[in-house]
Design a protein around this ligand. Structure first.
Ligand SMILES: NC(=O)c1ccc[n+]([C@@H]2O[C@H](COP(=O)([O-])OP(=O)(O)OC[C@H]3O[C@@H](n4cnc5c(N)ncnc54)[C@H](O)[C@@H]3O)[C@@H](O)[C@H]2O)c1
Length: 256
């Protein structure tokens, strides 16, 4: 019960990594608030977690809209009176060659993947500062460190998340609010299943081969790292990025 009675908000929690984080937090005793644009799925998943005995609330929230994020934070404060953990996980995968990518795609991606982080932190940080405690975990990506063809916008947003994490960790450490990030490699989630549908299943094999461990990661492997960062065990860790990437960033490996 490493997160006993802590109140955690996880964005993009209806599927994939966000859902795994919500499930893992609940198992560790946290009160979990699952926020997602997909209302039906998020309510279903929150109900499933509640059946296990945990307190779980599903809320429809489009992190691309300021009013929706304000409503999310106000609802959580009204219902539970505090926010101990915020996981910024919601994102969309929009690729595109920078020369051809329509500006509207660039703006959509930046709004959902990056400006959303500004919104959730802006609304929840004042409460954490008043409590004199908090843990913010930003889900970045190894794409912030490595070049893939045609993922400039996505990588740009993820790199900016790392810079924000570092900046905020330095500024608010003395108030006992910690900011860390996780940079996953390719993880077996609906996001990658969707890409495999579009790009063909060979994409998944090629993806696996990019990792020293020659496989995709599981959402649970990311979630357990989030549990650690959210817990008091990581009480002196701030401004840190943990790669959960099966050694992707150690490559290229030596080949005969
Ligand atoms: N899957 C990977 O290989 C991988 C690798 C590195 C980083 N990541 C990052 O991990 C996080 C989770 O990825 P995933 O693979 O689980 O994705 P996913 O597509 O499987 O799930 C994302 C969730 O976010 C929700 N969402 C999308 N737009 C939203 C919005 N505007 N408001 C609220 N919710 C919204 C979706 O409904 C969905 O439930 C993302 O930040 C992603 O960039 C994923």
């Amino acid at each position: 019960m490493r997160l006993k009675d802590k109140v955690a908000i996880i964005t993009g929690a209806a599927n994939g990594i966000g859902l795994s984080i919500a499930e893992a937090f609940a198992k560790e005793g946290a009160v979990v608030v699952l926020a997602d644009i997909d209302e039906k799925k998020v309510l279903e998943e929150a109900k499933q977690i509640s059946i296990s005995g945990a307190i779980a609330l599903g809320i429809k929230c489009d992190v691309g809209h300021t009013e929706a994020v304000k409503n999310l934070i106000q609802t959580v404060m009204g219902q539970f009176g505090k926010i101990d953990i915020l996981v910024n996980n919601a994102a969309v995968a929009i690729g595109g060659n920078i020369v051809e990518m329509p500006e509207s795609d660039w703006d959509t991606l930046m709004n959902i993947n990056l400006k959303s982080v500004y919104r959730t932190i802006k609304e929840s940080l004042p409460h954490m500062l008043q409590q004199k405690s908090g843990s913010v975990i930003n889900i970045s990506s190894t794409q912030a460190f490595r070049s893939w063809y045609n993922w400039t916008a996505y990588a740009g947003a993820k790199g900016a998340m790392l810079a924000m994490t570092n900046q905020l960790a330095g500024q608010f450490g003395a108030s006992n609010v910690r900011f860390n990030s996780i940079s996953p490699g390719a993880i077996n989630t609906p996001m990658n299943a969707k890409r495999a549908e579009i790009e063909g299943t060979a994409f998944l094999e090629k993806s696996a081969a990019q990792h020293a461990m020659n496989r995709l990661g599981t959402p649970t492997e990311v979630a357990m790292t989030a549990v650690f960062l959210a817990s008091d065990e990581a009480g002196f860790i701030t401004g840190e990025d943990i790669k959960v990437d099966g050694g992707l960033c150690t490559l290229p490996r030596y080949t005969e």
